[in-house]
Design a protein around this ligand. Structure first.
Ligand SMILES: Nc1nc2c(c(=O)[nH]1)N[C@H]1C(S)=C(S)[C@@H](COP(=O)(O)O)O[C@H]1N2
Ligand SMILES: [Mo]
Length: 321
């Protein structure tokens, strides 16, 4: 769960979604009407753009995520585009802004959490307005009563506690679009926007964690290594695993993907010999995008998809029992 401000508590009864701006038929829709539209349930993997930030040096400002800020849930809702289309989006419209109910201040300026997508992205991304997660009504933490889900994008795009959608005939310039969520590497503070999730594979840590170092402690012998891999740019085409710190790599076996919008499970057998080892997994997607061995630093520590390095201490079996 990640939120920039306090969690707003909203009674569905008094709530309505405002659709306004460059549309022929601006309106407010209540939850019952949204739920009477055609509904879909889609598994979607969402990763926070700051996931992996804590591995960067020097340490960027922000939540010190290691690799845990990613999850997959089944989201139930209705597709965004048919709703916007029915409101009559002006032909000259270029972007759509999504505003959450949560707000705070930027110094003296009142500030809501608001993000935008291009009109084209609203049409093609399969974005949905979701009111349920894993078969249960959305809870307060995850955006009740309604949130946007943008498959393929880092988490910041999936605006929680959604209360207004504004169609714009110029690009949106809000703080969380124009100033934050940028890959800043130069002193002018500018940089390209963070958009889709870069390919990434993570390993389900085998064995047990060592209390002092956090390194994994594993009994020697056959170990079935497993993990997940995802990319916001397309299907995962391969996962390679290294058990020697990235010197040699071999292909893992991929399971059938859950959905085009969700991560893929992978497995590979490992004959673990006593001693210290470093495990790594590297994903490549169908567009050919892959993971770098070293992180690419940026000021806010976004989109670090460098290959994971998982230290493992393998013990001879007798020492373990
Ligand atoms: N309204 C609103 N939506 C938001 C945010 C927020 O602060 N306010 N945080 C975003 C970020 S940065 C992430 S990673 C995801 C986290 O979603 P989760 O809390 O369901 O895991 O929500 C996104 N949507
Ligand atoms: Mo995030």
């Amino acid at each position: 769960m990640l939120a920039h401000f306090d969690i707003p508590l909203t009674e569905p009864a008094g709530w309505g979604l405002r659709i306004e701006g460059a549309v022929t038929r601006p309106r407010t829709i209540d939850l019952a009407e949204l739920q009477s539209a055609q509904s879909v349930t889609v598994p979607v993997t969402i990763e926070c753009a700051g996931n992996g930030r804590a591995d960067l040096q020097p340490r960027p400002i922000g939540q010190p995520w290691l690799g845990g800020a990613v999850s997959t849930a089944a989201w139930t809702g209705t597709r965004l585009w048919p709703l916007l289309d029915a409101a009559g989006v002006h032909p000259a419209a270029v972007e759509v802004a999504f505003r959450g109910r949560d707000h705070g201040r930027d110094g003296v300026v009142p500030l809501a959490y608001e993000r935008s997508l291009t009109v084209a992205e609203c049409q093609s991304s399969g974005a949905l307005l979701a009111w349920a997660m894993n078969g249960r009504p959305l809870d307060a933490v995850h955006g009740a009563p309604l949130r946007l889900i943008v498959p393929g994008w880092y988490g910041m795009a999936s605006v929680k506690w959604l209360e207004a959608i504004t169609i714009l005939d110029e690009p949106f310039n809000g703080t969380f679009q124009a100033a934050d969520y940028r890959l800043v590497t130069s002193p002018d503070g500018q940089g390209p926007a963070v958009t889709r999730m870069l390919p990434r594979a993570l390993i389900q840590p085998p064995g047990l964690p060592d209390v002092e170092t956090g390194a994994r402690s594993v009994a020697a012998g056959f170990v079935q290594l497993a993990g997940r891999a995802w990319s916001g740019f397309g299907a995962i085409s391969s996962v390679e695993v290294s058990v020697d710190g990235g010197v040699t790599w071999h292909p893992a076996e991929l399971a059938e993907p859950l959905a085009a919008t969700a991560w893929t499970s992978w497995t590979t057998p490992w004959e673990a010999a006593p001693g210290r080892h470093t495990l790594s997994a590297r994903a490549t997607d169908e567009t050919g995008r892959s993971q770098p061995l070293e992180p690419a630093w940026n000021l806010w520590g976004y989109a670090n998809n460098a290959v994971q390095r998982l230290p493992v201490m393998v013990f001879a079996n007798a020492a373990h029992s």
